[in-house]
Design a protein around this ligand. Structure first.
Ligand SMILES: [Mn+2]
Length: 357
């Protein structure tokens, strides 16, 4: 149980309480699927702190936790948290420094007064989330299967004249029809020269014959995210498009071949660029080539030359090197996988061959 781990962490750090604010961390620890709710964790019990919009949902989803409407405690959330901490007799309360605003912290510090110390922490629950439980792995696998099926449907919709936005909306519909939650994060669906924009957003531009179409998207299955990218050509690919595509494909294969427990993130990155070393495309790559994924789309570990993360069995992550030539276009292929004892299990099954549609 992750809550037990958190209580052990409190003991080891000399804390007697912990406020969880980050939405994904609240979900991970409690099973609650909504927003704007917080946990006050102590060794004795965990309070689920929310407002009247969510009390009924919280009681259904977290029957083992004590549900508190913070408005019963104070007109402000910081005031309510301080009041609850005081009632529990807490002396040192950890909080997620990345997820508390400067203003909220000032208000909390004032409300806590001399009674208790507020202790900033970073990445505590995120660290637990790095290694996925079997039930999380099953959801992530299903999420990726949904994404594969939605993409297959979308490929039939791509034709000259349809705009990027229209195709992005169709993709969202396909995802839901294939079983995705109704809250997928915004997808990237861009075409032509715009494909060199790493995180370009769908525009009014119609897809044209000869365009690359880059589709970076994912559904969400019971909260767990898929993230995949494919790049296709509308009509026949030019020699140059084919060349860039094949270099990119070689980069993805080289990255995948490096994935195994114990390997360092920076070494995976080094492997990813081997296929383009000495070619004119070296330098058109980007250094962030993958990331952990779960309840949040970009989480630990991060694959980049600057990362000190090492891979471990049970991590679920993406690999997504890419080649982006400004004012010409880009190609990205992204798969999502589970790091296994011997290597990896690829959850994404769409072909990596160049598709001309
Ligand atoms: Mn990604």
């Amino acid at each position: 149980m992750p809550l037990t781990k958190l209580v052990e962490y409190l003991r080891s750090e000399g804390l007697d309480g912990f406020i969880v604010m980050r939405t994904e961390n609240v979900r991970y620890l409690s099973g609650y699927t909504g927003e704007d709710s917080y946990l006050l964790v102590t060794a004795a019990r965990t309070l689920f702190v929310t407002d009247p919009r969510y009390t009924e949902q919280a009681a259904q989803e977290c029957p083992e936790l004590s549900i508190v409407n913070w408005r019963d405690e104070s007109p402000t959330l910081p005031g309510a948290l301080a009041s609850l901490a005081k009632k529990a007799g807490l002396k040192a309360v950890g909080f997620e420094a990345d997820y508390m605003t400067f203003q909220a912290h000032a208000a909390m510090a004032e409300a806590f007064g001399e009674g208790a110390r507020l202790a900033p922490t970073a990445g505590v629950v995120e660290e637990y989330r790095k290694i996925k439980r079997p039930d999380e792995i099953a959801k992530l696998r299903e999420s990726c299967a949904i994404a594969d099926r939605a993409l297959a449907r979308l490929l039939d919709d791509i034709r000259p004249g349809r705009t990027e936005k229209e195709l992005a909306a169709l993709l969202a519909l396909h995802l839901v029809r294939e079983g995705s939650d109704t809250k997928p994060y915004g997808g990237i669906l861009i075409s032509g020269k715009r494909t060199s924009l790493l995180h370009g957003i769908p525009s009014e531009k119609p897809v044209e014959k000869g365009d690359f179409v880059l589709i970076d998207f994912g559904g969400q299955y019971r909260g767990y995210l898929a993230d995949m990218t494919r790049t296709v050509v509308v009509g026949k690919a030019t020699d140059e498009q084919r060349e860039v595509y094949e270099y990119e494909r070689a980069m993805v294969e080289a990255t995948l071949a490096a994935i195994r427990p114990g390997v360092r993130s920076k070494d995976v990155f080094a492997a990813s660029t081997k296929p383009i070393e000495g070619t004119k495309y070296f330098g058109y790559h980007y250094t962030g080539i993958g990331h952990g994924i779960g309840l949040f789309v970009h989480e630990l570990p991060f694959l980049s030359p600057r990362s000190d993360d090492a891979l471990a069995e049970g991590m679920v992550m993406t690999v997504e090197p890419g080649i982006y030539v400004p004012d010409w276009g880009g190609v990205r292929i992204e798969d999502q996988l589970l790091v296994t004892k011997d290597g990896y299990d690829d959850f994404t099954s769409s072909t990596k061959e160049l598709l001309e549609i």
